[in-house]
Each structure stands twice: as C-alpha cells, then as structure tokens.
Design a protein around this ligand. Structure first.
Ligand SMILES: *Cc1c(COP(=O)(O)O)cnc(C)c1O
Length: 388
C-alpha cells in the first residue's frame, strides 16, 4: 500500500463492538489474564501494553502512520515537539560528545542546545544554515556524534541540502537528525535522503487545526529503541486523546498540504512585487536563493510565506493590527491563516544582530497560509499592507 493509504487505513484492531472508527483508549494501564502473561510483558518478552507511559493503542496507531509516511523503521510519539527533540538528543548523546547544529532552528531547540546541553557536558556548536559542504565538513570534530538541522527553517524559510549534509554525516559516522515539521512527510522524507532520525512537532500541520500538542520521533530501529527507553523512564508520553486527534488528522494530511501549498504559492506570487514589500521568500519561487535544492528535495513549497516590510518594526506592528481575517497567534499549520511578526514577539529577546544571523529582519512577517479561499486570504493581506 502507498503510505498515503496507510495513513488512512492503519487502525487499531477492531473490538467486539465492530466499530468503524478507532475508539479512544483512555486508560492509564492495561490488564493481564494471569501472572505469567504479566511477568512476560514486564520482562519485555511480549508486546502487550502495560502502562500508557510506555505504550497505548491510540499512540501506537498514530506512530505507525508516521513511520509509514516517513519510510522509517520505528517511532515513538511524545507530548510535544520539544519533548521529541529533547528525547532524541538526550537518549543518544552523552557527556563529552559534540552536537553540530544549524543556527537556523526553532527557538526552544536553540535553548536546549546552547543552554541545557552544556550543563550535561555535551558540547554544541552552531553553523550557518547557508554553510557550504566544505564548511559543514570542517565543523565536524573528533567527538561529534550528531548533526541536527531543520529545513525549511522556522521562521526564516532557509533551505538546507539534506542529501549533501547526510553524505558528510555518513562519511564521519555521525547521526543526522532532521526536524521535518515545516515540510511534513507529505512534502519531504529526510530518511530517503540519508537522515537517521526525523523529529516532528505534530502540533502544527499534522494536527492541522490548532487543537492539541504532540510530537514524534522516527528512524532506525535501534536508535528509536534507545529513545523509547529514555522516554519511558522520563515520562513525556503522548496522551491517548491527543494521539486519537492526531491520527484522525493524518487521514487528511495529504489533501490538506496540497491546498495549503497551492494557496501559499498563489499568495507568494501575488505579493512578490508589492510596493510595500522589500523581499518575499517562498521555497518554490524561482527567486528563493535555494530554489533548486527545495525543488530537488520537496514535493511543493509548503504553507509558509515570509516577507519583509520596507517600513521595518513599526510597519510590522501596523500590519498585524490592520488584519481582519488572519489570526494573530503563535501557532502555525492551521486551517485558519495566521500572521506573526517575529521581531516584536517570538524573537524579541534577541539582539538585532542575532536576529539578522537567522534571517529575521525588523519587518519580517510570517504567514501560515490556511485553507480559506485564496482570494479572501490575499485581500486581507493587501488591505493590511495598505495600512502598514
Ligand atoms: C513548533 C515547533 C517545534 C516545537 O514543537 P512543540 O509541539 O511546540 O513542542 C519544533 N520545531 C519546529 C520547526 C516548530 O515549528
């Protein structure tokens, strides 16, 4: 079966009620018929469910679908994207190891890497998202154990060449861990390009309607087993309710991403030469500096469009205030279009130089293009641009 079909058809085994849609298994633990079955489960001799911190049917259904979509061997789902990222790093690295990461990464990931890893004796360096092959290779140290990257990046929409970086990782026997949140497995499958581990915030496009938090990590069986053991003891388990919601969402991910991307491409094309906009970025516009890499590794440009207002910081705030349909909220990947202004919100604590280093200019606006009619999204942005 095609992975798209699997994302629809993988389902928990039917109960005696003969339900068509997966029921919710809101239970913290599971029963055994006898002492021997219970002993075997606790001894890891059977796959029987024991406790929902370890496994749960709804969580397993969701994970199996992501494993199929990403072309992975195995997976483990977590309470949020950040717990998936944290678990994937902490389970596989130890004191004295070195992590090499791109500098264009999600804010909380940057905090883990620069603030918390050093506390545990794990060294970390960040390299420019635009680094060349030679620069990536030169940044590898004898103790480097993992390369971490995100592409397309949030919020700058930089594109990194997964295949090129995976070749370097393989040559130096270093694990490659890719945050695939922005592309989703519908548009990009990093494992096919050489990644060992893929992490997701399921909160975004995977949920798709801004309802629940969730995360998932997939990859090689032995690596995921280590991550599973770490998580089963430290406790960032995904709630069965959230897993049920997310699993239902995966049934429509393919069709949703197609419309998000066609709406986003339309918005990007219509706004590219607008007089109030200094520059606009969308991975599938020929004007994107990494268009050829995006076209090589992604099926479409995804649902995020970024542009830089000529008027800078003040224009950015006026633009947000003038919007009538688009939501002002910190999330992305929703049916409802969302506008955000990183310089005055998510990235306000950084210095202007630090923001510039990760492609965040004072007038940068990030649009998460929703599923409303494309004309309504465009018209709201156009009228807000007039007032910015
Ligand atoms: C939101 C996000 C995360 C964090 O996910 P949560 O579910 O909020 O914990 C990680 N990476 C990227 C690229 C994100 O956009």
């Amino acid at each position: 079966m095609n992975p798209i079909t699997k994302a629809i058809r993988i389902q928990t085994e039917r109960t005696n009620e003969m339900e068509h849609s997966t029921p919710m298994f809101l239970t913290s633990s599971f029963c055994f018929d006898n002492a021997e079955d219970m002993r075997a489960a606790f001894a890891d001799e059977s796959d029987d469910n024991i406790y929902s911190r370890f496994s749960n049917p709804n969580v397993d259904e969701f994970t199996a679908k992501i494993v199929a979509l990403e072309g992975a061997e195995s997976g483990y789902a977590t309470a949020s994207g950040m717990s998936a990222i944290f678990g994937s790093i902490m389970a596989l690295l130890k004191q004295g190891d070195h992590l090499l990461s791109s500098d264009s990464i999600f804010g909380s990931t940057h905090t883990i890497i620069t603030k918390y890893l050093p506390k545990y004796g794990i060294e970390a360096t960040e390299i420019s998202a635009g680094a060349t092959e030679a620069e990536w290779e030169a940044a590898i140290q004898p103790n480097t154990k993992m390369i971490y990257l995100e592409t397309p990046t949030n919020p700058g929409l930089d594109i990194l060449d997964i295949e090129m970086i995976s070749k370097i990782a393989k040559k130096h026997h270093v694990l490659l861990n890719v945050d695939n949140c922005f592309a989703t497995p519908i548009l990009q499958t990093p494992i096919a390009l050489g990644a060992d581990i893929v992490v997701h915030s399921a909160t975004k496009w995977i949920d798709g309607q801004g309802r629940v938090l969730g995360g998932v990590v997939v990859g090689k069986k032995e690596l995921i087993h280590e991550i599973y053991l770490f998580c089963r003891s430290t406790g960032p388990a995904l709630s069965p309710f959230n897993a049920w919601v997310l699993s239902k969402s995966l049934e429509t991910l393919d069709v949703r991403m197609e419309r998000h991307a066609s709406n986003a491409l339309f918005i990007a094309e219509q706004l590219e030469s607008h007089p109030k906009i200094a520059s606009l970025k969308y991975p599938f516009l020929k004007s994107h500096p990494k268009y050829s890499i995006a076209a090589k590794q992604m099926k479409s440009g995804g649902g995020i469009v970024c542009f830089d207002l000529k008027g800078g910081l003040e224009s950015g705030k006026k633009f947000l205030d003038a919007l009538q349909i688009l939501s002002l909220t910190g999330n992305l990947g929703d049916t409802r279009s969302i506008a955000s202004h990183p310089a005055s919100t998510t990235h306000a604590k950084l210095t202007e130089a630090e923001r510039a280093a990760v492609s965040i200019t004072p007038g940068l606006i990030r649009i998460s293009v929703g599923l409303e009619h494309q004309d309504d999204i465009l018209n709201d942005i156009l009228q807000a641009l007039e007032k910015s």
